[in-house]
Design a protein around this ligand. Structure first.
Ligand code: PMV
Length: 331
């Protein structure tokens, strides 16, 4: 049998940037995200040589994603004591380096497919019966890439830091049906980022702005939750923009500095602000660790937004329902 995991990527509204403990991926602050309707698919099989990438491969491969994925697969096998060799294939529905977090969906789908295969589980219900609740799968995914733990649910997802490493939690806040938001990712550069997020997290606390940021984040979080609960896009949008800019200020003022925004990013942000004022469309930006811009807007404005950005390269996606697991017969 082949076990397939289809796991969405997510965009953070309140950002995770900086860790209190790197080894256990304990974040410096809570974060909140929207799951996107855009997926990484990963297939796992216990049949020898079925897929090109196997748990028995050497870790020396130079491709950074492959390296990270293989290291995580070996960690899972050892930590969970699964000795059976498995082979893996993975495919992103979106291009790498386009400003969408492929490590979130990639590492979560690898975790799900591998554990489904080792435990012969073809649904979340079976995984749960076999000792792997969604919360446990989220914790294991988090050890591959922090933001991966938020990809285990659809809609709006909240990752709470908790008082200590073992008390952190991830849980859905509202399902996708709560609010038909969309994310239009405007691709201004497809060059791979100069500083990986793993490195960037390490430098965050060296920014003189970092402690101040941590102090006022709880207030911003509450205001964001309230805006989402009320489906108030202007209120949420102002918070999204101030949060994204603040994360980039922390990045740019850390030692060494991580400067991800480019001239094209700034030009686009002023075009967006001007268009919003002229056309009255509620649409607001957020940013990831890169130069590309995520424009958050409501489904009803889809045609207008797509028309406005038609000169740009974009990936426009709806809020997503979350991951799935299935079992396919070998052909
Ligand atoms: O999951 P990581 O280690 O790649 O870090 C993600 C960091 C950001 O994407 C910039 C913010 C976030 O919360 O997703």
């Amino acid at each position: 049998m082949i076990y397939k995991a289809r796991v969405p990527t997510n965009i953070a509204f309140l950002k995770y940037w900086g860790k209190s403990d790197e080894q256990s991926q304990w974040p410096a602050n809570d974060s909140l995200s929207m799951t996107l309707d855009l997926y990484t698919e990963t297939w796992a099989s216990a049949e020898r040589g079925r897929f090109p990438f196997a748990s028995t491969d050497s870790i020396e491969d130079t491709d950074p994603f492959f390296h990270k994925a293989l290291r995580h697969l070996k960690f899972l096998a050892k930590h969970l004591n699964f000795q059976e060799p498995i082979s893996i294939q993975t495919h992103n529905e979106f291009p790498a380096g386009c400003g969408l977090a492929s490590s979130a969906s990639g590492l979560a789908s690898l975790t799900l497919a591998a554990i489904a295969c080792w435990t012969r589980s073809s649904s979340f219900e079976e995984l749960e019966k076999n000792g792997f609740s969604r919360e446990r799968l989220a914790s294991l995914s988090r050890l591959g890439s922090g933001s991966a733990c938020r990809s285990l649910w659809g809609g709006f997802v909240y990752w709470q830091k908790g008082a200590n490493i073992s008390s952190q939690t991830v849980a859905p806040l509202f399902p996708k049906e709560h609010w038909a938001l969309r994310d239009c990712v405007v691709i201004l550069s497809d060059v791979e980022k100069s500083v990986s997020s793993t490195e960037g997290h390490r430098y965050a606390s060296s920014s003189p702005l970092f402690q101040t940021r941590l102090q006022h984040l709880p207030q911003r979080l509450e205001a964001m939750k309230e805006a989402i609960a009320k489906r108030d896009l202007p209120q949420l949008g102002n918070l999204l923009e101030e949060e994204a800019l603040e994360m980039h200020e922390v990045m740019a003022t850390s030692t060494p500095p991580c400067v991800y925004m480019t001239g094209s990013t700034f030009n686009f942000l002023s075009f967006l602000a001007q268009s919003r004022a002229e056309l009255g469309i509620p649409m607001y930006f957020t940013l990831d660790a890169g130069p590309n811009v995520h424009v958050i807007y409501q489904e009803d404005d889809k045609d207008k937004v797509q028309d406005l950005f038609k000169e740009y390269k974009t990936i426009d996606v709806a809020i997503g329902a979350g991951p799935s697991i299935s079992e396919l017969a070998h052909d």
